[in-house]
Design a protein around this ligand. Sequence first.
Ligand code: PMV
Length: 317
Amino acid sequence: MTMSFAYAAPGKVILFGEHFVVHGARAVICAMDQGVVAESETKTDGVLSVHSALESADVYINRPIQSTSRILRPFHHIARSLDCNGATLRIRSDIPVGSGLGSSSACCVAAAGSLTAICMPDTGMNSTESISIMDVALGAERSVYPDSSGADCAACIHGGIISYMRGSFKTEAPPDDMRLVIADSGIRHDTSKMVGMVREMAVTKPGIFSALLADADTVSSKAIQLVSACDIPGLGRLASENQRLLERLGISNDTLRQMIQVADKHSYGSKITGAGGGGCIVAIADIYNAKATVDALTAGGYDAFEVRIGRGAGPIN
Ligand code: PMV
């Protein structure tokens, strides 16, 4: 009997602490209301047939993972981890790729969720199941990006706002009126390259780097208190403080700085989100100033949109 299963996973926005989280500091991340849907269907020919906008191809599950393209390798990893005998996997996404909004983790989580359901139907869809989806999805992400802190997958799986420190996290209830404005620089970035650059700074300038790391951890801890207090303007001011730390890491550029200058005039504060070098900025806003922030960025020629904090990954009925 053929089985099929659809599983949805949201993209993510790093609110505070990107890069520093790789080196052990706390980060604050949220899920967004855009994401990926993976639909899979059983077959038994030992082939994972992937259909996605980025690449469609047959992956031979028993061949070495290195024989598969970098784009499809995470799916190969998932099929292997689940002892999958073959499946058709269709991926649909409305998250821009390579812009720091968690497209690759959302693909890993959505594919892990849908393939787990058809390859291991006895696992069941309960709360402990999300732990194994985390393991499978994070393993898949690390098959192409070994340095991943795991923060993206955790935010994607659990939804809402989470505070994350390598391997452990806590969920926080988002303030009702909070809105985020995302603006895309249109410059694709390479997370591994940017993480490598920061790692080099950690090695060559350890004194400066550890001071920045401590400051970033303090910013994230304060952010959690402000989330609990529903202090959205305070979170905006903290975003600007975080941006000053990211500038000192050298991951910013003129385009991102211009976008931040526009966003800061209308929102409570803004910063780079994700690895930097390109990708997106996030402005902290609420129901009163989100639209004005989007309009100002759009008038400045940037691709900007409003985002709400979204729910975690889960099956689609
Ligand atoms: O790939 P991006 O742009 O979402 O950045 C990932 C966030 C980093 O902190 C830079 C890396 C990580 O693994 O947490």
